[in-house]
Design a protein around this ligand. Structure first.
Ligand SMILES: [Zn+2]
Length: 331
């Protein structure tokens, strides 16, 4: 509470269930939809697992449209919806433009918004597109808004690895919105071929598939299986996580040397894996970040868990309302 003289401030709390916004995600091993209201309450959600490596965009987006009808339909009858934003694991050209490249989906130059809105019942839906890691970092920045941590490097671990630089609470997007592709920074030029066409990218050492493969586990298993194996001290799992952590730490050290951030936040699958990754990552940062003796970078597990990109995507529509409420009320 303010200690200043005068009438005490009345905290504003947005009314629940007045305005809803929809966040969606196409990722390599799941599709998701989350509906949230202005107060941040989740009104509806569905996540369907699947294998979308090298998938057909038309079929995947038609399935997502079907989910939209079933999940958003009943909510939209009672709460007006202000926006729909879809998170994708790739390079989005401008916010409503085509998806240029999503390496793990093998989608190139796909008009995602056009395909989605041409599915049955979706005409009239205004779809915004965003990068998965950028939107997850947005949710993390919101979760950390009452803390000292306003500038950080966010890492989103899935089958692919995304990243985002958050400066004073806002994601630094880069010239085209394509910044943060830490998954395709090089760990070893002589390393294995990556889905992007290059060799030795971080993703090939520390993405979910790489971690599962290193532990000799089925790639289709959820990351919770790897955590269970690590918890009982299974040597292959622990070795795979240590190798992944060393690769992550190396790439992160390069990034931290370049941008001078004090905090690295581990999101996506790296949040629950943090206890096993932190020692290896921290060791690399200590050894390789030039400024570490005076200001060692801290590494934290993300606060925004459970499909953070869905919350970040839903927040895009809500932010348009809070930025200019009168424009929305006139509609
Ligand atoms: Zn790559």
């Amino acid at each position: 509470m303010s200690q200043r003289a005068g009438r005490p401030a009345v905290p504003l709390v947005p009314a629940q269930r007045t305005i809803a916004s929809v966040g969606m995600e196409v990722n390599v091993d799941y599709l998701g939809i989350r509906v949230m209201d202005l107060a941040g309450t989740m009104l509806a959600e569905r996540v369907e697992e699947g294998d979308f490596r090298a998938s057909d965009p038309t079929a995947v987006l038609a399935r997502l449209a079907g989910m939209y009808t079933e999940v958003v339909g009943p909510v939209a009858d009672e709460v007006p919806s202000v926006g729909v934003c879809l998170a994708v694991p790739g390079l989005v050209d401008r916010i409503t433009g085509p998806l240029r490249f999503a390496p793990n989906l093998r989608w190139r130059n796909v008009d995602v918004a056009g395909l989605f809105t041409s599915a049955a019942g979706m005409s009239g839906v205004e779809l915004l597109l965003g990068n998965e890691a950028t939107l997850a970092a947005r949710a993390e920045a919101a979760a950390l808004r009452h803390t000292e941590i306003r500038t950080f490097l966010y890492l989103s671990g899935e089958v692919g690895i995304g990243g985002a630089l958050v400066v004073d609470g806002a994601v630094f997007a880069g010239r085209h919105g394509w910044s943060g592709e830490i998954g395709h920074t090089v760990v070893d030029p002589a390393g294995p071929r990556c889905v992007c066409g290059s060799t030795g990218c971080l993703e090939q050492y520390a993405g979910k598939d790489a971690l599962m493969r290193g532990a000799a586990m089925d790639l289709a298993l959820p990351v919770s299986a790897l955590i269970s194996a690590a918890e009982i001290g299974e040597a292959g799992a622990l070795r795979s996580l240590a190798d992944g952590a060393a690769a992550l730490g190396t790439a992160l050290a390069n990034a931290v040397n370049l941008v001078d951030v004090g905090t690295v936040v581990l999101g996506g699958i790296y949040a629950p894996l943090a206890p096993y990754l932190l020692p290896g990552i921290t060791a690399q940062l200590q050894d390789r970040v030039l400024s570490a003796p005076w200001s060692p970078p801290q590494v934290l597990a993300a606060q925004a868990r459970d499909y953070a990109a869905l919350s970040g995507a839903a927040s895009v529509g809500l932010a348009q309302v809070t930025a200019d409420p009168s424009a929305w009320l006139e509609r």
